[in-house]
Design a protein around this ligand. Structure first.
Ligand SMILES: Nc1ncnc2c1ncn2[C@@H]1O[C@H](COP(=O)(O)OP(=O)(O)OP(=O)(O)O)[C@@H](O)[C@H]1O
Ligand SMILES: [Mg+2]
Length: 258
């Protein structure tokens, strides 16, 4: 890990009219670190993730990102074109619903390959080979390369979405409930895969989840949100083994009872 954060989130606040989405959220993310954002439904997790990833302009606050040249840049002061390029190349975004992150009626190979084309790759053979390689890495049989994701199972779609996001070698990946709609057994396999890819590639990630088991397995550090506020923040093992806030204690004990 380096001595400079990759991302610096400062007092990010989002109001929807008079309703709080998230309030004064401040934290830094370090290179190679996986941060989980947990909390019950409506606590502001998705709002925060969208504000950070520039999909939803905050009402106030700043988000700074360390570019590949080492400079910290305020994301909301960047031009639209530069921000788009960053989103296509340096970042990935894994949606809860794969249909939001994939093109369902083009082939699996094209779903992965088009991200490479977006960063300037033009050689068809190389793009196809890279797509095939990534399908393999997410455990999709390469002979499915010409099939469309609408013919895939939920777990396969989610793995394809991950391949599409990682093929360009991003430094930061955002994930919103990446295992949300899946069966428990499929979830476990996907989590294992995500965990090993993140570790192998040295990725930084912010993972939103209401599932503390997901946070435990994937993250180094976590933020606990309630009603738009971060109420507890610390190393994942510490927060889960020794929660300080009554609300976190309740969250933790309710999973232990399951
Ligand atoms: N587009 C919107 N317009 C108005 N209010 C919204 C909008 N999106 C979210 N909110 C409100 O902001 C608050 C936080 O919602 P958010 O979707 O960020 O929660 P969440 O933690 O992601 O919940 P879930 O676990 O159900 O996905 C909630 O009170 C929600 O009703
Ligand atoms: Mg959400």
């Amino acid at each position: 890990m380096s001595d400079q954060p990759l991302l610096r989130v400062n007092a990010v606040t989002k109001y929807y009219g008079g309703r709080i989405g998230c309030d004064e959220v401040t934290f830094s993310l370090w290179p190679g670190e996986v941060l989980a954002v947990v909390g019950e439904s409506g606590s502001g997790k998705t709002t925060l993730l969208n504000c950070i990833s520039t999909r939803l302009p905050p009402t106030s606050g700043t988000v700074e990102y360390r570019m590949r040249d080492g400079q910290m840049r305020d994301l909301y002061r960047m031009g639209e074109a530069e921000r788009r390029l960053l989103m296509r190349t340096d970042w990935g975004f894994v949606h809860q619903n794969p249909a939001d992150g994939l093109r369902m009626t083009v082939s699996a190979g094209a779903n992965v390959g088009e991200r490479l084309m977006a960063v300037g790759d033009r050689h068809y053979g190389k793009i196809r080979a890279a797509a095939g390689d990534w399908l393999g890495r997410v455990e999709i049989d390469v002979d499915r390369i010409d099939d469309q994701p609408r013919d895939f199972s939920g777990g396969m779609r989610q793995r394809l979405q991950i391949a599409r996001n990682l093929v360009t070698g991003p430094r930061l990946v955002f994930m919103d409930e990446p295992t949300g709609g899946l069966d428990v057994s499929v979830q476990a396999r996907l989590l294992d895969l995500v965990r090993s890819l993140v570790a192998d590639l040295g990725l930084s990630a912010i993972v939103v989840t209401h599932d503390l088991a997901v946070a435990r397995l994937l993250s180094h550090r976590m933020l606990v949100m309630k009603d738009g506020h971060v109420i507890e923040h610390g190393l994942t093992d510490r927060v889960l083994d020794d929660p300080q806030e009554p609300y976190t204690q309740l969250l933790v004990s309710s999973i232990l009872q399951v």
